[in-house]
Design a protein around this ligand. Structure first.
Ligand code: CTP
Length: 366
């Protein structure tokens, strides 16, 4: 990746733009961690440079946010974002900021934590020295998480979620003044001002951590879990699953008002439906009439111990079977099929032949 970037510096020189790697990738390089996510800040026309990079690297290009950030996805799975170096102003707490072009120094000043407020100039000669105006390197060494200014969490309460992730991921201690500012923001309920979409994004990013448990623990300790949902809890076994959506499903499965929580997140429709279906079947303890979506199956298998083998398969008998046994269509059908779904869930039959025998037995008693 570094070679690719240095190659791009030639194009930046031609465009008279200054090109910097910023934020998380600089932090991860200093920590010797691999990163597949590179943020570039450009003093100049970031979109023109991104188009040139797409040609050079044969990558596809998408403009993905309201700030005009361009994202390139490379064939090796890595992602490079190009943004104009910018300053931000917040009109009110938790609102999205207004932005204007600025120098790299101002761009670093608008960021969340000292460890993310570092940059490296990319030139045709290679990567330059680390620009570190807030002492991010020293904080990394001392294992401290520190905000840049006292209004940081008020401007952007998503940074409290970010603080939990960084503290947990890198084993950092939250510096005292920063901890006090978190407390203040939570006391004033600034996270409550965030839209559900932004809460969802932070929750999903936390669930994407290799091990979300410690970050979830901090969110709870800081009183942030209630901004996710008043009943939100992190179940211990959820960390054993790797897929963030399965982890999310397990949270919903074990909490009160799980379906309301899922709906409140305004997830992608198919995901939301799969989660709601999983919760419904777990609650009603009935096998599904139609095949369950893959995601619902994975949540139920991970969440429910000792489920009979065929509990999650589609119901093995149907209305036609009842008809063939001589009953006229009517209300009895849905009652019987409901009972059959509960019986299959409990493992009272596990093959179609057994299911038909079960049905005959039921009808004989009526
Ligand atoms: N940033 C910020 N405030 C936010 C979100 C992001 O200051 N609320 C800045 C930080 O400098 C951060 C950079 O934007 O480093 C990129 O954000 P993001 O991609 O979300 O984070 P990364 O630092 O890349 O961290 P992660 O490893 O968690 O993806």
């Amino acid at each position: 990746m570094k070679r690719r970037l240095i190659f791009l510096a030639e194009e930046a020189r031609r465009q008279r733009a200054a090109l910097y790697a910023v934020g998380g990738c600089v932090r991860d390089w200093l920590l010797g961690r691999r990163t597949f996510d590179i943020d570039l800040a450009v003093e100049g026309d970031s979109q023109a440079l991104a188009r040139a990079a797409a040609r050079l690297w044969g990558a596809s290009l998408e403009v993905f946010d309201r700030f005009g950030t361009v994202c390139l996805r490379l064939s090796d799975g890595s992602r490079v974002d190009f943004a104009r170096a910018r300053a931000e102003t917040y009109e009110r707490p938790a609102a999205l900021p207004r932005v204007q072009p600025a120098s790299i120094h101002e761009d670093l000043r608008r960021r969340d934590f000292t460890l993310n407020a570092m940059a490296r100039r990319i030139t045709t000669d290679g990567l330059g020295d680390v620009l570190d105006p807030f002492g991010g390197r020293a904080d990394l060494k001392a294992k401290l998480l520190r905000v840049l200014h006292p209004k940081s969490f008020e401007d952007d309460p998503t940074r409290i979620f970010r603080a939990a992730r960084y503290a947990a991921r890198f084993g950092l201690r939250v510096e005292e003044e920063t901890a006090r500012l978190i407390e203040d923001a939570v006391r004033k309920d600034t996270p409550g001002l965030l839209s559900r979409e932004r809460i969802r994004q932070e929750l999903l990013r936390t669930l994407e951590e290799d091990e979300p448990g410690p970050a979830m623990g901090l969110l709870k300790e800081w009183g942030l879990a209630k901004a996710i949902h008043p009943c939100f809890q992190w179940p211990k076994n959820a960390g054993q699953e790797k897929d963030p959506l399965v982890r999310l499903g397990l949270c919903a499965l074990w909490m009160e008002r799980g379906a309301e929580f899922v709906r409140s997140l305004k997830l992608d429709r198919a995901v939301s439906q799969a989660l709601i279906q999983a919760l419904g079947h777990a609650q009603e303890e009935r096998s599904p009439v139609n095949p369950l979506p893959e995601l619902a199956l994975r949540i139920l298998k991970a969440g429910l111990d000792r489920l009979p083998k065929t509990a999650l398969e589609s119901l093995m008998v149907n209305g036609e079977d009842i008809k063939k046994l001589g009953r006229k269509p009517g209300k009895e059908y849905s009652l019987l099929l409901g009972e059959a779904a509960s019986a299959q869930w409990r493992g009272e039959f596990s093959t179609r032949a057994q299911a038909l025998r079960w049905l005959k037995g039921k009808l004989a008693c009526r």
